[in-house]
Design a protein around this ligand. Structure first.
Ligand SMILES: [Zn+2]
Length: 221
């Protein structure tokens, strides 16, 4: 999300990467929960990894038990808008009322005990006025620093190793890795994510990385 320059001027409410002094990284999963999420949760549990999930309100309403399960298993949940609409062209308050507030309600109905504190914009699209309305409502906006484009060509041969290699080539201390577990826009399950995580986690651990929830990268205070 480097192309949104205004974000760099707001270090307290925008998180694009974590503190680089510690060999830690955050895996983030967007657009879910979806059909791939149960197997992903199994993998994360076996691998003893806590992660962050940016869920849409629509998917949360469809799969409330998965929201409950991922909270119970120590993951955190952020707001990824109600319908995954592209925010461009919407007035800030109108957009907040249509996309942000309803998603918070859906997430609370699905089991979050308080309003989500983290927001990730659909497609990474957000303007300055929208950002300010989010910050005013107490949200931190979370971007990413490693994007292996796991949504691209999931049926291509070598897809899993290609995504894994892409993360390994770009990883750095304080990385926020962008991945997806929700069904794609054609309604297909993103089942490749499970294999990706099962290969990626041991490889990163082998490089001395620990896995944190992305909120642990927020500045204190
Ligand atoms: Zn998304």
């Amino acid at each position: 999300m480097q192309w949104h320059r205004f974000l760099q001027a707001r270090p307290r409410a925008y998180l694009g990467r974590g503190d680089g002094s510690r060999r830690a990284l955050a895996l983030t999963f967007d657009d879910g929960p979806g059909r791939a999420t149960p197997a992903l949760l199994d993998a994360l549990r076996e691998l003893q990894v806590s992660a962050s999930f940016f869920c849409t309100g629509a998917a949360a309403s469809q799969h409330p038990r998965l929201i409950e399960q991922l909270l119970r298993e120590g993951h955190e949940v952020g707001n990824h808008s109600q319908t995954h609409a592209d925010a461009r062209g919407f007035g800030a308050r109108d957009w907040f009322a249509r996309e942000v507030a309803p998603a918070a309600v859906s997430l609370r109905e699905a089991g979050l005990s308080e309003n989500p504190r983290l927001f990730r914009p659909a497609y990474g699209e957000i303007d300055e006025a929208q950002f300010d309305v989010l910050a005013e409502a107490g949200y931190a906006v979370v971007g990413w620093s490693v994007d292996p484009r796991d949504w691209l060509e999931p049926d291509a041969p070598g897809y899993v190793s290609c995504v894994v290699e892409s993360v390994l080539a770009r990883i750095h201390p304080g990385a926020i890795v962008l991945l997806h577990d929700g069904d794609d826009e054609q309604g297909r399950s993103r089942e490749g994510i499970v294999k990706i995580v099962r290969q990626l986690v041991p490889a990163l651990r082998g490089q001395g990385y620990e896995f944190v929830r992305v909120s642990e990268f927020l500045p204190a205070g």
